[in-house]
Design a binder for this molecule. Structure first.
Ligand code: CA
Length: 242
């Protein structure tokens, strides 16, 4: 039952559509099988330009993006996805064979929401896909939240400052939503992981700092980055008392 709900869009009842951008046929086949078995709709591309075309034409709900691709790299495609207005909020999970932390952090800096390192277990990947879909959909029907001219509307997923829309990735949106519904309280990185990313997913605490940095950058134009405060030795706090 829970599995059904997560593979299908909560609002429309449609299957979640996942775009797989991967040049290695064997990995693609394994992933196609794994995802289809879990009732996801799968579309595939063998390189980044094909992936870009499918994003435009098919509007997937999430992209599994290999880092090393012939021609345009996965990281470059992630950058393009984030730059384009229409796809700015498209959730991305990077597939990487590189296990060095620097590369993984670079993937996140370029716009990926999460990553898995090859070889990965299908189970781990599925947990990450579900967690990311859950936080990119957020909840609908709730009232808009407001703090010092910064407004977040859960129904439309829009974040605005005096009517002007800010562009946030799905993870930053979810993070801000959590902060705005829990103001004036300090949360450790670990608590934020549990609350925003959900359990069953192992994520390094450093990942939080990357998303906090991205969120602050998005909030900078109106000066609202100051509302996301670092509390030394404790974690982060959303406060309007600045
Ligand atoms: Ca590859």
């Amino acid at each position: 039952m829970a599995r059904q709900q997560l593979a299908h869009d909560i609002n429309t009842g449609m299957k979640a559509k996942i775009l797989l951008v991967e040049d290695e046929v064997a990995i693609r086949e394994m992933l196609r099988y794994t995802l289809a078995r879990e009732d996801f709709e799968v579309i595939e591309a063998g390189d980044a330009s094909e992936g870009e075309r499918l994003i435009r034409e098919q509007r997937p709900d999430l992209v599994l993006l290999d880092w090393m691709l012939p021609g345009l790299s996965g990281v470059e495609l992630a950058r393009r996805i984030r730059r384009a207005e229409r796809t700015r909020q498209l959730p991305i999970i990077m597939l990487t064979a590189r296990s060095e932390e620097e590369n993984r952090i670079q993937g996140l800096e370029e716009g990926a929401d999460d990553y898995v390192t090859k070889p990965f277990s299908p189970r781990e990947l599925l947990a990450r896909i579900r967690a990311l879909l859950r936080r990119s959909r957020g909840d609908t029907g709730a009232r808009p939240l407001e703090a010092r001219g910064l407004s977040l509307d859960p129904a439309s997923h829009r974040v605005t400052v005096n009517g002007a829309e800010l562009q946030l990735g799905p993870t930053e949106y979810r993070l801000l939503h959590f902060f705005m519904t829990h103001p004036e309280r300090v949360f450790s990185r670990n608590q934020l992981l549990d609350q925003v990313w959900g359990d069953n997913v192992y994520i390094e605490e450093r990942t939080i700092d990357v998303h906090i940095r991205r969120l602050r950058k998005a909030l900078e134009p109106g000066g609202h980055d100051r509302l996301i405060q670092t509390v030394r030795g404790a974690g982060y706090r959303f406060s309007t008392q600045v």
